[in-house]
Design a protein around this ligand. Structure first.
Ligand code: S3P
Length: 456
């Protein structure tokens, strides 16, 4: 029996949109532990699949996106069992010994799950069909398929524009390549490394801008031989020896900074708030939002820095603060790529203008986030404009009008961001659809309500 107890995406998309709204709240107070990191959760399952033996994972994010990856791992031959809250156990097949999936691998809304598993399939003698929801069907897959083809995989079918559904035939002897991704993308890097695991040689990825390094860290933790060195001003080169024998190792998933971001900003913009966020991952390639909020004048105290499960984590004490607009440089984007929607909300409450530069990648996330953010802000009475790949938000110095309806475009982070806006705006803010929040943060509403958020 599948351990997935969520509503399948196709059913979800046929149900009426779940309109939700948030109203001005009293001070937010209390402690929360955000859910497990989504990136690490996907990777823990996938490396568990590629390891011979049993991998125990604790703190796994049980959001729709990750559950789709768990299903894909099952379809590729792993035994995947949910033992309790966030505690999952996998018996993997080992590199080179995966099974061909009998059905389409459906990743729902999850670009990360699809792209990482494409890497795994690309490096194995398997044929698999990949598909997802309406949002995922619009997202570019050639960025993954191109290097996989260079490694010997074959794309048998694809939809227009290189989108899914995709029928991918992998190879049993991936050619070791030296690849420089044309966009800063941890997903592209990870797909190439995962395909390279079954290569008889050495796979190299050179990134001009360093992106989140969870794949490299976890590969090393599972016993792969891999070297990471600096490259240029902001980049890294990763060299992976093919065909390692991965050893099972217990994984403890830290709290997701991309989910913590909502409480962090909400407590900053709602006057009188003081909260503690527990166990947030402090990996330097994920903390761009923290750095930006501090520059804007946020009051964030970092408490009890420690290492848990191989990642640095800390508790954060956050107090309400008056923010000022800042200039966010393009080179910071990879370390906060998923946090621009909620940063834009913080910017709306700041005094002065915030300029966020170099955001081309936001156009190809779960929605065109540049458009969704600026349209939503206009709905909330906040002036925002896009110039090229830059986003400019004119801050309202704490007095955001609200009173509009933001269109969420099947995008969980747009949905949560505009609900956070409503917690501090003069009039309530509504979103047209809250269903996608379950992809990354099923307990969002409950967690925020416990702090004092007013939703309806
Ligand atoms: C992710 C990488 C990022 C991010 C996504 C998760 C990952 O995408 O936006 O939500 O887990 O590797 P890109 O690597 O494509 O920028």
């Amino acid at each position: 029996m599948s351990s997935r107890d969520h509503v399948p995406n196709e059913v979800l998309l046929e149900t009426p949109h779940a309109v939700a709204s948030a109203g001005r709240s009293g001070p937010l107070r209390g402690r929360i532990r955000p859910p497990g990191d989504k990136s690490i959760s996907h990777r823990a399952l996938i490396l568990g699949l590629l390891t011979l033996g049993r991998t125990e994972i604790r703190g796994l994010l049980e959001g729709e996106d990750v559950l789709h990856t768990a299903d894909a791992c099952r379809a590729l031959g792993a035994e995947v069992v949910r033992r309790g809250d966030g505690h999952w156990s996998l018996r993997g097949c080992g590199i080179g010994s995966l099974l061909a999936p009998r059905q389409t691998l459906d990743f729902g809304n999850s670009g990360t799950g699809m792209r990482l598993v494409m890497g795994v399939v690309g490096g194995h003698a398997l044929v698999a069909r990949f598909d997802g929801d309406a949002s995922l069907r619009r997202r570019p897959m050639r960025r993954i398929l191109d290097p996989l083809v260079a490694m010997g995989a074959e794309v048998r079918e694809q939809a227009e524009g290189g989108c899914c559904p995709v029928l991918l035939a992998g190879t049993s002897e991936p050619i070791p390549i030296d690849y420089a991704p044309p966009v800063a993308s941890a997903q592209v890097k990870s797909a190439v490394l995962l395909a390279g695991l079954n290569s008889p040689g050495r796979t190299t990825v050179t990134e001009a801008e360093a992106t989140r390094d969870h794949t490299e860290k976890m590969l090393a933790y599972f016993g792969a031989e891999l070297a990471v060195e600096p490259f240029g001003a902001h980049g890294r080169r990763i060299v992976l020896e093919g065909r390692p024998e991965l050893r099972p190792a217990p994984v403890l998933v830290p709290a997701d900074p991309s989910s913590a971001a909502f409480a962090l900003v909400a407590a900053t913009i709602v006057p009188g708030s003081e909260i503690v966020i527990e166990g947030m991952m402090m990996n330097a390639l994920r903390t761009g939002l923290l750095a930006t909020l501090v520059e804007m004048g946020a009051e964030i105290e970092v408490l009890d820095r420690r290492v848990e499960g191989g990642e640095e984590v800390a508790d954060l004490r956050v107090r309400a603060a008056s923010l000022r607009g800042v200039d966010v440089p393009p080179e910071r984007a990879p370390s906060m790529i998923d946090e621009y929607p909620i940063l834009a909300i913080a910017a709306a409450f700041a005094s002065g203008e915030t300029r966020m530069r170099g955001l081309a990648e936001l156009r190809v996330k779960e929605s065109d986030r540049l458009a969704a953010i600026s349209r939503g802000l206009l709905q909330a009475g906040v002036e925002a404009r896009i110039e090229g790949d830059d986003l400019f938000v004119a801050g309202c110095a704490g007095e955001v009008p609200g009173g509009g309806l933001a269109s969420t475009c099947l995008d969980h982070r747009i949905a949560m961001s505009f609900l956070c806006l409503g917690l501090g705006s003069r009039m309530p803010m509504a979103i047209d659809d809250s269903r996608m929040i379950a992809t990354s943060y099923p307990a969002f509403r409950a967690d925020m309500e416990r702090l004092g958020a007013q939703f309806s």
